[in-house]
Ligand binder design. Structure first.
Ligand code: GLC
Length: 434
């Protein structure tokens, strides 16, 4: 109780200082000759990811909004500066492309233009807009950016939901932001793959898109990799809801009502199509036949975020989150449960965690942030506090790494990784800091 009543906390303040240093270090600021625009954003990690990534940037803005609103606003302005007229926003903007041509040879990314990717990432842009429109000057920023943000969600609705069930589809695994997560293995035709085997399967699924000129009707018709992903659509539903709030704030009840209807439809489809009462978990839908991909991963827990999730589903997700055999690791929440045969243990002898086979076991801070907030929404504060505290211990002990071993807490992947700073928002909840 004492911690919650406090508005200052030494633990929070210490973390805030570290976050500030991290975001100063990873700041990318300049003018891009190719578009004549200024940019000012935080890159995920200067060593491996120097460009502007879509969902990373939304997380960075949400963190920055806690202590530097001007930079938080610049982050999202930069993300939207090159939005094409149709409303799409690519998952990477290659602002400083010319400086990294060598590195780009290693990337396999489909380009809409040489400076903008042609893929999506989980759509948390409305949440980012909400964060940067609090406080002084917020109404002006909302007036400036809400039309662009709304156009983005209209693009998703128009282009990525051809069966009109309110669930948007990803057309390749990494569009979920969860590159090698094992839930896609069977659909991709691989089993416990090495990094090379996974890449080959990815290439088989996605390679032919080039011949289809990346035309969405043709990519959907080809039905090579069409997944209505639970993490993507939980975030989509939450953001449709937040977008309705933003429209309300701007005095546009008709637009707000439209977004509420869409949020309700997305949520209804998630509950109706993706929930499996047998295991009490949510699973993705694959292909035009919408087959359930029955592999438990951290994304199966994500609907805990939905405020109107029915009580029995909440109870079931909480059971899984609290299960020490599955997700309640020493350092939760592992991206695949500890008792899942596809879970990759660092002790297996295969250097997977270092070889960048991502999302196959380790704990990540962005999914922790969502899950802890979801638990709080449904009154499971104790469980939320455990995740918040253990997440903070990870950073306090091992620094801002890309992901962490759920048994030992050791950090892996990129160093000085920016979205891990979401731990500051988790500590704010934990310590009762406004
Ligand atoms: C990895 C992650 C992806 C993230 C990117 C940049 O590819 O899987 O979600 O956006 O790195 O941090």
């Amino acid at each position: 109780m004492i911690a919650r009543a406090m508005s200052h906390s030494a633990r929070y303040d210490a973390m805030a200082e570290r976050v500030r240093a991290l975001y100063d270090r990873n700041r990318q600021k300049g003018t891009a000759p190719w578009c004549g625009q200024d940019y000012d954003f935080v890159c995920p990690s200067t060593g491996t990811y120097p460009f502007q990534w879509f969902w990373d940037s939304c997380f960075h803005a949400i963190v920055l909004a806690r202590y530097d609103m001007e930079r938080a606003r610049s982050e999202i302005r930069s993300l939207l500066k090159n939005q094409p007229d149709d409303g799409f926003v690519g998952h990477v903007t290659f602002w400083q492309r010319e400086a990294f041509e060598e590195m780009l040879k290693e990337y396999s990314i489909a380009y809409r233009t040489p400076y903008l990717s042609d893929c999506i990432q989980p759509p948390l842009l409305a949440e980012a807009l909400f964060a940067i429109t609090r406080g002084e000057g917020g109404a002006e920023v909302r007036a400036e950016l809400l039309p662009k943000v709304r156009r983005y969600y209209d693009w998703l609705d128009r282009i990525r939901d051809p069966d009109r069930d309110g669930l948007i589809a990803i057309l390749q695994p990494d569009e979920s932001g969860l590159d090698h997560i094992p839930k896609y293995d069977r659909y991709l035709g691989v089993s416990n793959p090495t990094r090379d085997e996974f890449t080959a399967a990815w290439q088989r699924a996605v390679g032919p898109y080039a011949e289809l000129q990346r035309d969405h009707d043709r990519m959907f018709a080809a039905d090579r990799f069409v997944v209505e992903d639970v993490l993507v659509n939980t975030i989509y539903a939450e953001n449709e809801r937040v977008l309705a709030l933003l429209h309300e704030e701007s005095g546009d009840p008709a637009a707000a009502a439209e977004m509420r209807t869409r949020a309700t439809r997305t949520t209804a489809s998630l509950l109706g199509k993706c929930y499996d009462p047998g295991t009490g978990l949510f699973y993705d839908l694959a292909g035009q036949k919408e087959e359930l991909l029955r592999v438990s991963t951290v994304t199966s827990l994500m609907p805990i975020l939905l405020p109107d999730l029915p009580k029995e589903m909440v109870a079931s997700l909480v059971r899984h989150i609290a299960d020490p055999e599955a997700y309640a690791a020493a350092y939760p929440v592992p991206s695949t449960p500890l008792n899942e045969p596809l879970y990759l243990k660092p002790s297996d002898g295969r250097p997977e965690h270092d070889s960048k086979l991502l999302w196959r076991g380790p704990s990540w801070i962005n999914t922790n942030w969502y899950i802890a907030r979801g638990l709080r929404r449904h009154g499971h504060e104790d469980l939320a506090r455990t995740i918040e505290d253990r997440s903070a211990v990870l950073i306090e002990t091992h620094g801002f790494r890309e992901y962490y071993d759920p048994y030992t807490g050791d950090g892996f992947g990129a160093h000085a990784f920016s979205w891990t700073a979401l731990v500051l928002n988790m500590l704010a909840d934990h310590e009762g800091v406004k």
